[in-house]
Design a protein around this ligand. Structure first.
Ligand SMILES: *[C@@H]1O[C@H](CO)[C@@H](O)[C@H](O)[C@H]1NC(C)=O
Ligand SMILES: *[C@@H]1O[C@H](CO)[C@@H](O)[C@H](O)[C@H]1NC(C)=O
Ligand SMILES: *[C@@H]1O[C@H](CO)[C@@H](O)[C@H](O)[C@H]1NC(C)=O
Ligand SMILES: *[C@@H]1O[C@H](CO)[C@@H](O)[C@H](O)[C@H]1NC(C)=O
Ligand SMILES: *[C@@H]1O[C@H](CO)[C@@H](O)[C@H](O)[C@H]1NC(C)=O
Ligand SMILES: *[C@@H]1O[C@H](CO)[C@@H](O)[C@H](O)[C@H]1NC(C)=O
Ligand SMILES: *[C@@H]1O[C@H](CO)[C@@H](O)[C@H](O)[C@H]1NC(C)=O
Ligand SMILES: *[C@@H]1O[C@H](CO)[C@@H](O)[C@H](O)[C@H]1NC(C)=O
Ligand SMILES: *[C@@H]1O[C@H](CO)[C@@H](O)[C@H](O)[C@H]1NC(C)=O
Ligand SMILES: *[C@@H]1O[C@H](CO)[C@@H](O)[C@H](O)[C@H]1NC(C)=O
Ligand SMILES: *[C@@H]1O[C@H](CO)[C@@H](O)[C@H](O)[C@H]1NC(C)=O
Ligand SMILES: *[C@@H]1O[C@H](CO)[C@@H](O)[C@H](O)[C@H]1NC(C)=O
Length: 805
């Protein structure tokens, strides 16, 4: 038997090595030594594929001569790689052939010619053409968990092989060895390398946003990766060795501008998918010229933002747009302004800024103490907040930190003087829009005591001299002091010093003096004509048919038709301390005269309306509500009236109306001083409240009325109206002349409008006001408040007060 010892194989070469001794052994039966054998390749190649082809060898038979113990048979080149061959080996001895030994051998397959690589970030796809239709390949590489050997069996009916290597790590280089295997015979190695696509950046943090710069940060996991950043229209390249973090600042940029950016990881020429996001530079809110009032904040903001809010206890939202505007804010409060921008499903805070609304304007009055050497300034508490109240008296500032106190005592004054006091509120460094300025009188009593004595002494001396010289007869009669003289209606001002005495005299005997004085006023002025008021077409325009304006001083409405009657309104010009037309006293408008009323306000250029009645009292309509019920503007004739503000206090309500003429579009403001604590025909509880209210009105007249008359009305426009006008005039007279002529002034008013100061109780009340202005002794005031009736004990007026109140 012949047995092949080994077969050495190349792709087109087979070397058969046959051990000769075996040959001999096999051929031992033969007689002659044979040095030659005959190998017959049957001329067929049997590959394992279905498409096997029989290939005829060019030299199918070959005689070999044994020259050594083994023979090497070189089956010459010309074989086909990756092919299985059958051989038959015969021993030939003396031309006789033994039965052959069949041998099988395969030639080695070719290695893969070329591998095409495509990749993404998790796999590499390999594709190559089959070698000789061979379907088995072995792929070796270092995978994620060490060396990997993959046996690849290709689809039989495809000329190429596709193999996906996965899972792989993104952004790495891999080395591959690919071998073709045919019948357990390996081709030579085909080695190559390929990379995976780098990963997309997982997140880019915008760590710093400012008005002109942005800082971007992201993690870099591999030292071999590089990055491309696109922002603001340019591309920034980050080369290798930025590890383990990339940080980049971009500037200069434009404030409040959106910037889209993208980051691409690059590895070995491959781009990751882009990380795309957007960010925005911030806005400098501090440089915005904010316009602040006591209830609003406005500002034009440049730059991107989609939502602007102002927060203090409550959050206000500005309308959309660059015109940021918040209204209805609490005076004096410090609001946090937030601007936000929404983009790329993110919310960016564009700026945070605080702005303090102006604190409310205070109103104040003063009381005097310490025998005139000190005063107490008392202010109100309007809606809003403030941190400090600043009281300025004669150039000296007295800051009062806000702690709930509503007054300050200041000393260092002279008695019986008038000082100008300014009261202002501050919230931080922000002041109210207008400080409250008023005049404050210090206690005159110290001086009065002295001057009373001096005056009396002087008067006595004068009288004595006079009597001795001129009227010695009177001395003998001994009746030179008589009460009747004091109640003379024509009597002029009574000096401050004399007034308490005067008051006591009038009060004596059940207020007999008051009654007499008041009685004497009844016929004053009544003989004057009231023709316009009684015309048939005007009758309905009067609330009461006995309270009619005198012709000579009635207010006439402008009328285009001079013969028409539409110039009539139940209103009279009233004299004041400074001019003869300082006020207009009028009745509370009727439903049919509301338009006339507003017409008068407009035509007389009135700046202030003093209303000393409620619309309804005791279930009766005292006055038509002639202003809008809410913030909606209302038309009254040719005027459009809007309530601009309303401030309710315990005893009064202050309003501001804006009047717009619908034809000319001219707009004006009118203040409304509405005293709500005065019963009809009666008098308010105590004098202090009304005196304080009058201070508000006076302040307004002096600063804002501009010489135009101030309209005063109650229901009929005579009782309470007369009292408040008289009070205003008399208190001016008191300050400027150090004396008051109450009777004289009521007399004067009665010449302009009937019934001015309509009841005796109101007349007494006027006197009481003057008394209290002289001696605002705290005890006395307390008494007034505790039991107002006490003052009028025994007063005949009291009944009236009770019946009508
Ligand atoms: C090769 O030999 C095997 C048996 O050893 C046989 O099955 C096959 O048909 C032969 N091939 C050819 C082409 O003769
Ligand atoms: C091999 O030898 C035999 C006999 O000796 C001879 O007949 C034959 O032709 C030879 N073949 C070749 C290829 O030389
Ligand atoms: C990567 O490519 C492979 C093969 O083409 C595919 O199966 C896989 O889904 C791809 N992965 C990604 C993340 O696209
Ligand atoms: C691949 O083939 C070899 C023999 O050729 C075998 O030992 C191995 O187990 C095979 N591997 C796989 C994963 O089939
Ligand atoms: C071979 O396989 C590839 C993908 O594996 C396929 O696209 C192609 O059509 C196949 N060709 C044939 C002839 O089957
Ligand atoms: C063929 O290659 C594989 C892997 O490369 C190896 O394990 C095997 O021993 C090789 N076979 C031969 C005959 O060299
Ligand atoms: C970077 O590439 C070098 C070869 O270029 C390699 O030796 C090194 O391991 C790679 N580094 C990482 C972190 O993959
Ligand atoms: C951004 O773009 C603007 C206009 O294109 C340019 O003026 C500015 O310098 C750029 N900023 C940076 C940091 O590139
Ligand atoms: C930024 O991207 C948004 C979409 O996300 C697009 O509407 C806008 O026009 C882009 N802006 C710029 C400056 O490219
Ligand atoms: C990678 O991205 C950059 C920027 O978009 C581009 O210029 C470059 O051609 C890209 N490279 C590849 C290989 O896609
Ligand atoms: C603005 O912000 C406020 C509070 O954060 C929110 O209530 C309001 O809905 C936002 N408005 C818009 C238009 O986004
Ligand atoms: C707010 O200011 C306006 C004028 O600027 C003023 O008329 C109004 O009285 C003020 N309101 C308060 C509460 O101070």
């Amino acid at each position: 038997m012949i047995k092949p010892l080994s077969i050495k194989i190349t792709s087109d070469h087979l070397l058969l090595c046959v051990f000769l001794c075996l040959l001999w052994g096999t051929a031992g039966s033969s007689t002659a030594s044979s040095t030659s054998a005959m190998l017959t390749a049957t001329g067929t190649a049997d590959s394992s594929t279905a498409s096997s082809t029989s290939v005829m060898l060019t030299a199918p038979e070959k005689n070999v001569t044994a020259i050594a113990e083994d023979i090497v048979i070189d089956v010459v080149s010309g074989l086909i790689s990756g092919t299985k061959y059958n051989f038959t080996l015969y021993t030939v001895f003396g031309g006789v052939r033994s039965s052959g030994v069949k041998l099988t051998a395969v030639t080695a397959p070719e290695r893969v010619n070329m591998v095409r690589v495509t990749q993404n970030d998790s796999s590499i796809t390999l594709r190559w053409d089959k070698v000789n239709s061979i379907s088995t390949y072995v792929l070796l590489y270092d995978g994620n968990d060490g060396p990997v050997r993959e046996n690849i069996s290709a689809l039989p009916d495809n000329t190429s092989v596709t193999h996906v290597v996965s899972p792989l790590t993104a952004g790495k280089k891999y080395f591959f060895i690919l071998t073709t295997v045919f019948g357990e015979v390996n081709s030579t190695k085909y080695t190559f390398e390929a990379v995976t696509v780098p990963p997309k950046v997982s997140s880019v943090d915008v760590t710093e946003r400012s008005v002109t710069s942005l800082t971007l940060n992201w993690e870099n996991a591999d030292i071999n990766w590089t990055y491309l950043l696109q922002i603001n229209g340019s591309t920034v390249t980050f080369t290798r060795d930025i590890y383990p973090k990339v940080s980049y600042s971009v500037s200069p940029l434009k404030p409040g501008t959106q910037y889209n950016f993208s980051v691409i990881t690059v590895f070995s020429g491959f781009n990751s998918t882009a990380y795309e996001a957007c960010t925005v530079t911030t806005i400098d809110c501090t440089s915005v010229p904010w316009h602040v009032t006591n209830s609003s904040i406005h500002g034009m903001v440049e730059g991107l933002f989609s939502n602007a809010t102002a927060t203090y206890k409550q959050t206000h939202i500005s309308p959309q747009g660059s015109n940021v505007s918040f209204t209805g804010l609490i005076p004096g409060a410090t609001y946090g302004l937030f601007l936000e921008y929404e983009a790329c499903s993110q919310r960016f805070q564009q700026c945070h800024h605080t702005e303090t609304v102006r604190p409310p304007s205070l109103s104040a009055h003063c009381d005097y103490l310490g025998a005139g050497y000190s005063i107490s300034v008392v202010w109100n508490k309007p809606e809003g907040v403030w941190t400090q109240v600043e009281v300025n008296v004669s150039g000296q500032y007295h800051p009062v930190p806000e702690n709930g106190e509503q007054s300050i005592q200041i000393s260092g004054f002279q008695p019986a003087r008038t000082y100008e006091v300014t009261v202002d509120s501050l919230s931080g460094h922000v002041r109210s829009s207008a400080p409250y300025v008023f005049l404050c009188d210090t206690d005159p009593r110290g001086v009065i005591a002295g001057s009373v004595f001096a005056v009396l002494l002087f008067a006595l001396v004068c009288l004595a001299v006079f009597l001795v010289l001129k009227r010695p007869d009177l001395i003998r009669k001994k009746s030179f002091i008589g009460g009747a003289k004091l109640s003379n209606p024509k009597s002029k001002a009574i000096s401050v010093a004399e007034f308490p005495n005067h008051f006591n005299q009038l009060s004596a005997d059940d207020n007999r003096g008051f009654s007499q004085e008041y009685e004497n006023l009844v016929p004053v002025g009544t003989e004057q004509t009231r023709k316009a008021a009684v015309l048939p077409e005007n009758k309905a325009k009067n609330r009461f048919n006995n309270v009619l304006p005198y012709d000579w001083c009635r207010v006439r409405l402008n009328t285009s038709n001079p013969n028409g009657t539409s110039d009539y309104i139940n209103a009279s010009y009233m004299p004041g301390y400074n001019s003869n037309r300082e006020y207009i006293a009028t009745q509370g408008p009727l439903p049919s005269t509301v338009n006339d009323f507003w017409r008068m306000i407009w035509e007389q250029r009135v700046k202030g309306i003093v209303m000393v009645t409620n619309c309804i009292e005791g279930g009766r309509t005292k006055c038509e509500r002639y202003w809008p019920g809410d913030s909606k503007p209302c038309h009254y004739g040719e005027l459009l009236i809007t309530i601009r503000s309303e401030q309710q206090e315990t005893n009064w309500t202050l309003r501001e109306f804006s009047l717009k003429h619908t034809e000319t579009s001219e707009e004006r403001k009118v203040k409304h001083f509405h005293f709500t604590a005065w019963p009809d025909h009666g008098v308010p509880q105590g004098t202090k409240v009304l005196i304080h209210f009058r201070e508000l009105v006076r302040w307004h007249i002096e600063r804002e009325a501009g010489g135009a008359p101030t309209v005063v009305h109650c229901s009929a426009g005579v009782g309470r109206t007369g009292t408040i006008i008289a009070l205003d005039v008399l208190l001016q007279q008191l300050v400027k002349k150090r004396g008051v002529g109450i009777n004289a002034f009521v007399h004067k008013m009665r010449l302009s409008r009937p019934y001015m100061v309509q009841t005796e109780s109101q007349y007494v009340f006027l006197h009481q006001c003057i008394m209290d202005s002289l001696q605002p002794d705290e005890k006395m005031e307390e008494n007034i408040y505790e039991n107002a009736d006490m003052i009028y004990v025994n007063a005949t007026a009291l009944q009236e007060l009770r019946t009508n109140a």
